[in-house]
Design a protein around this ligand. Structure first.
Ligand SMILES: NC(=O)c1ccc[n+]([C@@H]2O[C@H](COP(=O)([O-])OP(=O)(O)OC[C@H]3O[C@@H](n4cnc5c(N)ncnc54)[C@H](O)[C@@H]3O)[C@@H](O)[C@H]2O)c1
Length: 258
């Protein structure tokens, strides 16, 4: 067995949502470095274009498109863009997500907030799986990777909506693995712990970081590359007999807000 070929994505087409920044950007870049042609999508077209250009600059292949995963027509257009640009979809990374950060006081958030968080964290991945699966089946190679969160297994105050939506996505994926397995499509999830992105920076203080590190055996917060490597494993032939799984990438511990 050639180890290198197990991580080779040459000839594969990957679609990444929310890829203009943070974890999605790191994932898009590593999939391209492994040889995939990558559709870099983001609600912010400018950021998506910059990431695609940065991939082109190291010799990778990428195309950028705007996609707000809260808009049904954008989801359809995203898969159509991938097919018309690169011919198919083999790898789908459902990365765009929002919520949490300890900002979900149950007496302050309202129904529209709950619906929005579930729409981006649960409904959009479900819809994109459904749209991409026929192409994956036809091409003979399919891998779906959801970016969920360590919050999906933690329990703490003011996190109920985000945490439960990410738990729903984990469980939806492990169930979809049964539907999609016979079609040759694997479905897995990566659950990041606290990872240094703009989203984390918006809540991180020195006190919070110290508290998080006290529960982290590996004594550092996550970097985007830590999460991207786990996604690469699930996207690549290296994990060809792995489906329905959740891999927490969290420094070996738990980083809670409380
Ligand atoms: N950073 C962490 O500590 C952490 C921990 C656990 C889970 N996560 C998850 O990782 C994923 C990425 O988070 P991040 O920290 O990289 O965030 P980020 O804020 O750094 O980047 C998010 C990207 O998504 C885009 N985006 C926002 N709304 C969108 C929409 N409606 N449609 C399409 N794109 C949209 C933004 O423009 C941005 O480019 C999320 O699902 C998040 O829940 C992050």
């Amino acid at each position: 067995m050639e180890v290198e070929s197990m991580f080779d994505l040459s000839g594969k087409v990957a679609v990444v949502t929310g890829a203009g920044d943070g974890i999605g950007k790191g994932v898009a870049r590593i999939l391209a470095a492994a040889g995939a042609r990558v559709v870099v999508s983001d609600i912010d077209a400018y950021k998506a274009r910059a990431v695609a250009e940065s991939i082109g600059a190291f010799g990778g292949s990428a195309a950028a498109t705007a996609c707000n995963v809260l808009v049904d027509a954008d989801l359809e257009a995203l898969i159509e863009f991938a097919v018309s640009t690169f011919g198919t979809v083999n790898i789908l990374v459902n990365n765009a997500g929002m919520g949490g950060g300890g900002r979900e006081n149950p007496f302050e958030v309202d129904r529209s907030y709950v619906e929005k968080i579930y729409a981006i964290n649960v409904f959009a991945p479900w819809a994109l799986c459904r749209l991409a699966a026929p192409y994956m089946q036809k091409s003979g190679y399919g891998s779906i990777v959801n970016i969920t969160s360590m919050s999906s297994v933690n329990s703490e105050a003011s996190m109920a909506i985000y945490a439960s939506s990410k738990a729903a996505l984990n469980h939806m994926a492990s169930n979809l693995a049964y539907d999609y397995g016979p079609m040759g499509i694997r479905v897995n999830s990566v659950g990041p712990g606290a990872t240094r992105t703009h989203a984390l920076a918006s809540i991180l203080s020195p006190e919070l970081e110290a508290r998080m590190l006290s529960g982290t055996p590996l004594k550092r917060l996550g970097e985007v590359g830590d999460i991207a490597m786990a996604v690469l494993f699930f996207a690549a032939p290296a994990s060809s007999w792995v489906s329905g799984q959740v891999l927490m990438v969290n420094g070996g511990g738990t980083q809670t807000l409380g």
